[in-house]
Design a protein around this ligand. Structure first.
Ligand code: HEC
Ligand code: HEC
Length: 410
């Protein structure tokens, strides 16, 4: 072998050393692996968060240190795709403030709904209803997408109308059929809660709607999916091209190989899921024409014909670009943890992953703007089952999150 085999494994062996970890010198960012539950564990204590607890938390300098995040195995392929940190750097204090706001129903007019009502950690950070259920039981027109892995995503909403996570986060508060409040109203209310006021003061210099958006976005950016059986399988893949003897000659590589092999065995993909992976990635299924990259989404907009048979179809991306070609096009959702977030599609019209696969198999629904990447697939029943098994193997852990601890009402 002409080349040292380690060169072929930049992702496995390359470790960025730009930031420090633990006991950082002043001014240096702290390196942190996203998924680390200490980021989302909440201010220590029980019951409503008191002003004294907030003061103690904010007085600890480590909570104000800028964080330099690393992505877990799988998502780490998308490190270059990380967005938003230049204008809204992460700190533990900001993430914690965002966590509280995310779970706090006081952000809605009648204090009944929080972000988590429609993006619930126990429902895969989506909601298992067909469309979002807003204030006073009002029904929205679209299915709640997931709020994780947003650190790899720029434009938000099914039609991409918010160009950042910060802009997105304040939208629902003032949406009459979501949280039904006003931005002025929410700022006044938060100013009246001393445990919030203190945190906004320290992190942003005061309460503002802009700060609310930044804090919530910071929290969302640390909610990422950890390695799934699919990712452990991918980690083992490059070794398949190498000669076993060559691997064993290189001590470090041999160690990596042994680790990758053990992990892939512990979090094994079924044979069906492995076959499904081949269909997903090859021209047979053509799924990676759109579900590509670390988060299995191209972040682009496509028309699959979903809902296009209705008398007045949702125009989707057209509302943003006014380009007729974008009529009925919606943003490619991630396939990560998709097993948790039925029903599917922008209108929640497909109940199961099996139904989604049938949709693709029949070539979507014919309409003038159907994507040219959508064609009948003519899969066998086994192949359809394999695709579903593969998508189920794209399920990884999300970090443990404190949901109950919120600032005390004075
Ligand atoms: C009443 C249910 C409901 C509430 C409450 C709600 N959302 Fe949503 N959320 C939705 C729906 C439905 C969409 C998709 C709307 C669209 O695309 O037009 C959405 C879209 C999003 C997206 C875009 C995801 C993507 O892939 O583009 C994010 C992020 C998000 N919400 C976060 C939040 C945050 C943060 C809050 C609290 C401030 C919140 N949501 C409150 C239902 C809700
Ligand atoms: C042309 C791009 C494209 C191709 C090819 C494609 N998808 Fe999609 N996928 C999308 C878009 C866009 C949506 C959302 C469509 C909508 O709601 O109108 C979607 C939705 C989904 C959903 C629902 C996710 C959710 O959270 O609602 C799943 C699951 C899915 N696709 C799996 C697949 C599989 C499996 C294949 C291959 C057989 C595939 N996709 C091929 C673009 C594509």
């Amino acid at each position: 072998m002409g080349q040292r085999p380690t060169r072929r494994f930049p992702v496995l062996l390359g470790i960025g050393l730009l930031a420090c970890s633990g006991g950082c010198p002043a001014g240096a960012a702290e390196r942190v692996m996203l998924g680390d539950a200490s980021l989302t564990a909440g201010i220590p204590g029980t019951g409503p968060i008191t002003v004294e607890e907030v003061e103690r938390f904010l007085a600890d300098p480590k909570n104000s240190v800028e964080l330099s995040p690393e992505l877990p195995l799988g998502l780490s392929q998308g490190t270059k795709q990380i967005t938003g940190l230049d204008t809204n750097p992460l700190t533990r204090a900001k993430i914690e403030l965002g966590r509280q706001l995310y779970f706090d129903p006081r952000l809605s007019a009648d204090a009944t709904l929080s972000c988590a009502s429609c993006h619930d950690p126990s429902q895969g950070y989506g909601a298992n209803t067909r469309t979002g259920l807003g204030i006073r039981g009002q029904q929205g027109g679209r299915n709640s997408p997931v709020s994780f892995n947003r650190i790899l995503s720029g434009a938000q909403f099914w039609d991409g109308r918010a160009d950042s996570l910060e802009a997105q986060a304040v939208g629902p508060i003032a949406n009459p059929i979501e949280m039904g409040f006003t931005h002025e109203g929410v700022v006044e209310r938060l100013k009246g809660i001393p445990a919030y006021e203190k945190q906004f003061q320290k992190v942003f210099g005061g309460v503002s709607i802009d700060a609310v958006g930044k804090a919530i976005a910071a929290f969302e950016r640390v909610i990422v999916t950890g390695p799934s059986p699919y990712d452990y399988g991918e980690q083992l893949r490059p070794f398949a091209d190498l000669d076993e003897d060559d691997i064993q000659e290189d001590e470090e590589l041999a160690k990596k190989y042994a680790e990758a092999k053990a992990a892939a065995a512990t979090y094994a993909m079924s044979e069906s899921a492995q076959r499904g992976r081949e269909i997903f990635f090859s021209s047979k299924g053509n799924c990676t024409a759109c579900h590509v990259g670390a988060n299995l989404s191209d972040e682009k907009f496509h028309n699959l014909g979903v809902g296009m048979d209705k008398p007045e179809p949702d125009v989707g991306r057209f509302a943003v670009t006014k380009d007729p070609k974008d009529t009925g096009a919606f943003k490619t959702p991630t396939v990560r943890n998709v097993a948790y977030t039925a029903p599917y599609m922008h209108d929640g019209s497909l109940a199961t992953l099996e139904e989604v696969v049938e949709w693709y198999d029949k070539g979507g629904h014919a309409n003038p703007n159907l994507s040219d990447k959508i064609k009948p697939l003519k899969l066998t029943d086994q192949e359809k089952a394999d695709l579903v098994a593969f998508m189920r193997a794209c399920t990884g852990p999300t970090p443990a999150v404190e949901t109950g601890r919120l600032p005390a009402q004075p």
